[in-house]
Ligand binder design. Structure first.
Ligand code: GLY
Ligand code: MN
Ligand code: MN
Length: 455
């Protein structure tokens, strides 16, 4: 059976009574309507219907899919071509296709009050959704939308064979992009040259990017949006970059390499701590493991490493309980992956947190995006880091709160490290996990050897 048809059948089984309305979104104008941003369809729509032109709507009704699309006029075809052949699409997607103008009458026939839906991120689609339903999307409790969200989450959490193939494909391109980025790095160059090499690896193979790339020597800025700074001797370059397939599936990898091809001794020491935290966390990725425990294992490894380097003082277990590690590693160990780089984060914490679990407010846990018991078929990232963030490490309140367990003089000596993260993508298997992003250098010597600036 076609994977999209199979997914619809599985949804109909889990969610049998209620017809489902989903939008793929519209083209958003950059500055005027004739100059739109590249179109990125809604992920729930992609999951059940694949890639279709903007403005498509689907009604999933008891295993049947009714697609509503704008016919391409002759005038439009002059500029953009005739669009997909509907008869062919109906066969390929095993769906009925109707002109978009018939949607309202179709919904009246079904009974609009019976419909369930999920939130559209596209403002125009969201407005139309509310108008058609005569209400806002409501994911709370056992509302129809809330029950639909739960059913979709259960399906999308465990990736089916077609999704796994897509993830392997997009991760392979992501790996190539990182290798090309390392090779393009040189003292005297700039961040934009590295980004260009990484983008080229994607574009050449028909891929885009799954989020705004972070390519920066300011690795302590967790979401540094600017690219273009100079690459100097002694800098570390942090590259957080993921490819996105035309089908929407996402990769997400971070590497941190020395611009000159050689880590300074302190950079190497901290890199080794982050690598050990990564390895210890990844070793726990298996069915039944609680992801919060995976996070805490990385926190313990980080605390142990920082005690060895003299930045922290005391028993690593106690340090983690006091969230002292979070001064240097304030974010979570990772997140779900799939059609979204943070998969299904449009549904809030409903996908990331198991029913009955909620986010902690603790400094060391509040940015943890995932707290489920892992199951076969989940895809997750593992991405520990170390950051010298002035807003945390120069904050007088925190300095006082952690006065007894931090050697602040020693911390100052590590300022030059700025930011290091090592991120890889994993698929949970029956017996443990599959590394979705093989082929990248991890050991410091292997990373150094991959950097172009070395030669
Ligand atoms: N690239 C975003 C993240 O690593 O979560
Ligand atoms: Mn990332
Ligand atoms: Mn990530």
């Amino acid at each position: 059976m076609h994977p999209l048809v199979q997914r619809r059948a599985l949804l109909a089984k889990r969610f049998p009574e209620t017809p489902v309305l989903l939008f793929n979104g519209s083209e958003r104008p950059r500055n005027y309507p004739g100059n739109p941003y590249p179109f990125r369809p809604d992920s729930h729509f992609l999951y059940f219907c694949g890639v279709l032109p903007p403005g498509a709507v689907v009604v999933l009704d008891g295993g049947e899919a009714h697609l509503f699309m704008e016919p391409v006029t002759r005038d439009e075809a002059v500029w953009s071509g005739p669009g997909p052949d509907w008869a062919e699409l109906e066969r390929a997607l095993q769906a009925r296709i109707h002109p978009r103008m018939e949607l309202e009458a179709f919904l009246d026939g079904l009974g609009r009050s019976r419909l369930a839906t999920l939130p559209s991120q596209d403002p125009a689609a969201a407005a139309e959704q509310s108008r058609l339903l005569g209400r806002r999307v409501d994911l709370e409790g056992d509302s129809p939308d809330g029950l639909l969200a739960r059913a979709v989450i259960e399906l999308r959490l465990r990736h089916d064979p077609a999704a796994r193939e897509e993830l392997r494909r997009v991760c392979a391109v992501t790996v190539q992009a990182h290798l090309d980025g390392m090779a393009a790095t040189r003292v005297g160059g700039d961040e934009a040259e590295v980004l260009a090499a990484m983008m080229s690896a994607c574009l050449r193979q028909g891929f885009g990017t799954s989020f705004q790339p972070i390519i920066t020597v300011s690795g302590e800025r967790l979401h540094q949006p600017h690219v273009g700074g100079l690459l100097r001797e002694g800098d570390l370059l942090l590259a957080d970059f993921g490819a996105e397939a035309a089908t929407g599936w996402a990769g997400d990898v971070t590497n941190t390499w020395p611009v000159s091809g050689t880590y300074t001794p302190r950079q190497r020491d901290v890199y080794s701590v982050v690598l050990e935290a990564h390895r210890r966390a990844a070793a726990r990725v298996q069915p039944g493991a609680r992801y919060r425990e995976v996070h805490l294992e990385a926190c313990r490894a980080t605390a142990e490493g920082l005690v060895d380097l003299g930045l922290l003082k005391g028993d690593p277990e106690d340090l983690v309980e006091r969230d002292a590690h979070a001064l240097f590693f304030p974010h979570g160990i990772g997140h779900l992956m799939g059609l979204d780089v943070h998969d299904m984060e449009d549904l809030g914490d409903r996908a990331g947190y198991a029913p009955g679990r909620t986010r902690s407010t603790r400094f060391g846990l509040r940015w943890l995006r995932l707290d489920r018991d892992l199951e076969e078929g989940f895809a997750v990232t593992i991405e520990p880091g170390f950051y010298w963030i002035p807003e945390l490490l120069e904050d007088p309140g925190r300095r006082q709160a952690y006065a007894d367990c931090v050697d602040w003089d020693q911390v100052e000596r590590f300022r030059e490290v700025r930011g290091i993260r090592i991120e890889r993508d994993y698929l949970v298997t029956d017996s443990g996990h599959e590394l979705l992003t093989p082929g990248l250098p991890d050991e410091p010597e292997a990373v150094e050897a991959a950097v172009g600036g070395r030669s």
